[in-house]
Design a protein around this ligand. Structure first.
Ligand code: ADP
Length: 492
């Protein structure tokens, strides 16, 4: 009799439940969209109860569609949007405010105040992160300041905090378990990433009482049991989405690297058991912990990647579908000297410039839609190049290959160009659902369904490998043009 694992992938726009068989094939996927709210410019919120309802729906629908029995599901794994912050009442289990989403900027002033107080170095040393509204700490502070008697209730032990994983496990276990894993905890800006414990100095910066916080566990571990599917199912993994994708790509060892080409790009590089501090605009964070084995990663995020293709479709209306961009790019021999710098929401790693806006360079009377589309696709590859250049500066390591996933990695033109610009092999797996796959693998390890990394690596199927075909001279010329374009964009 076959065994199955259900992965919950809780994201910013939807919740998905994916059932995998023991060979890591997808049996069914069920999904439910969830609204985001924008109460003020720059604020992004979600209804925490709606998150839970959507997860419940997706899990039950996936089971129903699969035709399996509930007892065939041997474990549930959870992977989630990171940093998003929920505070709820310990007695009633009711959220006291909307979930503050990772993108939300309502805590800009709180963060600037803490930076002015001189805490940047301490925070970077303990957490590997840069003080920014992105991470959970300032969001908790904001909720306590905003609700009635927030601080008093928190000090009296009446409130609980969790990132989305904690919230889901709390709900799945009917309030019995208040936990998180190291990868999610490392994004709160409250955990010391060397000792892997909540840190008193960090808590006191934000005046957050320790009694609100979940217990920190391994990423592959039986946290508790849920009756969600109508029987007792173990919850056997919890891991943040980007770290889950790194695991799902079987990047288990130091030196392995994945890049996700979604709305933005997230590049994660496994630095092994050693934490490496970045001097080049990357953050260091925890990958996962299994038993005594802790893996650290360097991470670089690009804000606008696939979103630039959406802009071609919905803003400029020069393509009808994202997929069409490939054929248009292939219609011309080159981008005719056009560079698109899609800094629509500032520039992320390694530039970290919030105020810069996007720009297009190199236009002539002969520039066509095809050139623009091609140059926009190329901007994803150049931005990834910049992050990898920062990574090489920080680690001194040369990248052997890059494993890719996310919607835009379907684009063969983009992947070949990426290989050319990096002068590195690109490996694209058959299964792009690496996030859910990572959670499934970790859950399978916890319940003994899988016994080794070697076994999991054997199940990893490669769809296509892209090898560099461009000369180094040409690559240097193109990268030189990109650097000039970014510099000019930032100076504008
Ligand atoms: P997310 O998880 O961030 O929502 P996905 O991994 O689902 O993103 O990828 C969707 C993104 O990929 C969209 O921004 C879309 O524009 C882009 N995309 C999808 N298919 C292609 C393609 N064939 N070529 C280029 N971009 C694509």
């Amino acid at each position: 009799m076959k065994s199955y694992i259900l992965s919950i992938d809780q994201g910013t726009t939807s919740s998905r439940a994916i059932i995998f068989d023991e060979d890591l094939n997808i049996v069914t996927i069920a999904q439910q969209e969830i609204p985001n709210y924008f109460p003020h410019p720059g604020w992004v919120e979600m209804d925490a109860d709606a998150i839970w309802e959507s997860v419940k729906y997706a899990c039950r629908k996936a089971l129903e569609d699969s035709g399996l029995k509930n007892t065939d599901i041997k474990a549930i794994g959870i992977t989630n949007q990171r940093e998003t912050t929920i505070v709820w009442n310990k007695k009633t289990g009711m959220p006291v405010y909307n979930a503050l989403v990772w993108q939300s900027r309502q805590t800009n002033d709180l963060c600037e105040k803490v930076i002015r107080q001189g805490y940047s170095t301490l925070v970077q040393e303990k957490t590997g992160l840069t003080i920014d509204p992105y991470f959970s700490a300032s969001k908790i502070r904001w909720i306590l300041d905003t609700i009635d008697h927030g601080q008093l209730l928190a000090d009296n032990g009446e409130l609980l905090f969790g990132t989305v994983d904690s919230w889901l496990v709390y709900k799945l276990t009917n309030g019995e378990r208040h936990i998180t894993d190291v990868s999610n905890a490392s994004r709160t800006m409250l955990m010391d990433i060397d000792s892997l414990t909540w840190d008193e100095d960090l808590l006191s910066i934000w005046n957050i009482p320790a009694n609100m916080l979940p217990e920190i566990n391994d990423s592959s571990h039986i946290y508790g049991y849920t009756d969600l599917l109508g029987c007792k199912t173990p919850i056997a993994s919890v891991i943040g989405d980007q770290q889950a994708a790194l695991f799902g790509q079987t990047c288990y060892d130091a030196g392995q690297c994945k890049n996700t080409y979604g709305t933005g790009c997230f590049l994660l590089f496994n630095t092994g058991n050693m934490r490496i501090n970045s001097n080049s605009g990357l953050v260091s964070t925890v990958g996962w912990k299994i038993g005594d084995d802790v893996k650290y990663v360097l991470e670089g995020s690009v804000f606008v990647a696939g979103a630039a293709i959406q802009w071609l479709r919905d803003g400029l209306k020069i393509i009808k579908t994202a997929a069409e961009s490939e054929a248009l790019a292939n219609n011309v021999n080159d981008s005719a000297g056009v560079y698109v710098v899609p800094a629509f929401t500032g520039l992320g790693a390694p530039y970290w410039n919030q105020n810069v806006k996007g720009a297009i360079f190199g236009l002539t009377r002969g520039t066509t839609n095809e050139h623009l589309v091609r140059a926009t696709l190329e901007s994803l590859a150049y931005q990834t190049y910049d992050v990898i250049e920062a990574l090489i500066d920080d680690t001194g390591m040369r990248l052997k290959s890059l494993q890719v996933d996310g919607g835009a990695c379907r684009n063969n033109y983009l992947m070949q160009f990426q290989s050319d610009i990096l002068q590195t092999r690109i490996i694209r797996p058959v299964n792009f659902e690496t996030t859910a796959l990572g959670a499934c693998m970790l859950a399978g390890l916890a319940i003994g369904l899988f016994s080794s990394y070697a076994e999991l690596r054997e199940k990893y199927q490669v769809d296509k490998v892209f090898e560099p075909e461009m000369s180094i001279t040409q690559q240097g010329k193109l990268v030189g043009g990109w650097k000039k374009a970014v510099k000019a964009t930032m100076e504008f």
